[in-house]
Design a protein. Structure first.
Length: 280
C-alpha cells in the first residue's frame, strides 16, 4: 500500500469538500436571526460595482433551480414563451407569463466579522436588501462602504418567521457610524480581494433544449411547479387549479383553447421561422 498516494487522495477529498458539493454551503452565506456585522468586499470581477445580478427560475419542471441563459447573453426559451403569452389578450395567459418570469437575485462578496479567516463568502439576497444597499451607495455622507482602507462595516438585523408572519426571515441593513479598514493584516486583505468566487461561474447555464424540456415538463397536465430560493428557502407550490388550466396564444374570436403542452409544441415547432428580436 502506497501511503503517499493515500495521503494525496485524502488531501484531494479535503480540497473538494472546500470547493464543491458540500463546499458550496461554505461558499454561500446567509444571516442568522439576530445581529451580525459584515463588510462588503470590493468585487474582484467588477471594480466599479460590488453586486452581481442574476435571474433564476424555481420549480420549472423537475429542476428546482435554473439560472436563466440570459445571464450569459444567451437565448432563453422560457422568456420567449412568456413574451408570446403577453402578446395575447388572454388574462390566463398573462397570469401564466407572470408565473414564468425569472426571479432576480443579487450576490455580494462579504466578509463576516469574527470569521475573517474563512475568507469572502457570497451573500445572495432579494430586491429589498438590494434597494437598501443602493440607497447607502447613493448617500454622499456614507461614501464607498467597500473601500479597503476607509469603508464601512454593514450592520445586519434579522428577524425570523415568528416576527415576519411568513415562512421566511427578513434582514434589514445599515452602515456603521465609523469608517474602518477591511482588515489590518495586509496579507489577509490581499487574500480577501483575490480569493473570491464569481457567481457567473458558480452557476452554469443549461442548453436551450434543456430549458425547453423543463418548460415542456412544467406545461404538461401532470407537471408541478414550485417557487423557492437558491439558499433552500421553503417552496411555494402553484395551486392545482392553475396546473389544470388551458392557455392559448391565439387571440382570434374563433380561438379554441389549447392545452399548455400543445401550445408549447406549436411555439417551438419551427424555430428557424421565428424572429430573433427577443429582449435579451
Amino acid at each position: 500500500m502506497d501511503l503517499n498516494a493515500i495521503k494525496k487522495r485524502l488531501n484531494d477529498f479535503q480540497n473538494q469538500a472546500n470547493t464543491s458539493g458540500g463546499g458550496q454551503r461554505q461558499l454561500f452565506w446567509k444571516p442568522s436571526v439576530g445581529k451580525q456585522l459584515i463588510r462588503v468586499a470590493p468585487n474582484k470581477y467588477n471594480k466599479d460595482f460590488p453586486f452581481t445580478e442574476m435571474r433564476f427560475y424555481y420549480g420549472i419542471g423537475s429542476k428546482r433551480v435554473m439560472a436563466s441563459p440570459s445571464n450569459w447573453g444567451e437565448k432563453d426559451p422560457i422568456m420567449e414563451f412568456a413574451k408570446q403569452l403577453r402578446g395575447t389578450n388572454d388574462k390566463e395567459n398573462w397570469r401564466l407569463a407572470k408565473k414564468l418570469d425569472p426571479k432576480t437575485r443579487i450576490f455580494a462578496p462579504v466578509v463576516v466579522r469574527g470569521q475573517e479567516d474563512e475568507g469572502v463568502k457570497l451573500w445572495q439576497f432579494g430586491k429589498e436588501v438590494y434597494q437598501e444597499f443602493l440607497n447607502m451607495a447613493a448617500d454622499d455622507e456614507i461614501g464607498d462602504f467597500t473601500d479597503i482602507a476607509g469603508g464601512r462595516d454593514i450592520k445586519l438585523s434579522t428577524v425570523g418567521p415568528e416576527t415576519t408572519g411568513t415562512p421566511y426571515n427578513k434582514t434589514s441593513i445599515g452602515p456603521s457610524l465609523k469608517t474602518s479598514p477591511i482588515h489590518t493584516d495586509a496579507a489577509l486583505v490581499e487574500k480577501l480581494i483575490d480569493d473570491q468566487a464569481d457567481p457567473m461561474k458558480v452557476f452554469k447555464p443549461l442548453s436551450y433544449d434543456e430549458m425547453k424540456e423543463a418548460l415542456q415538463e412544467f406545461l404538461s397536465p401532470d407537471g408541478e411547479g414550485e417557487e423557492g430560493s437558491i439558499s433552500s428557502e421553503p417552496a411555494v407550490a402553484f395551486d392545482s387549479e392553475e396546473k389544470k388550466s388551458n392557455y392559448s396564444l391565439d387571440t382570434t374570436s374563433t380561438n379554441v383553447k389549447k392545452t399548455k403542452a400543445a401550445q408549447f409544441d406549436d411555439l417551438f415547432s419551427d424555430d428557424k421561422n421565428k424572429s430573433d428580436d427577443m429582449p435579451f
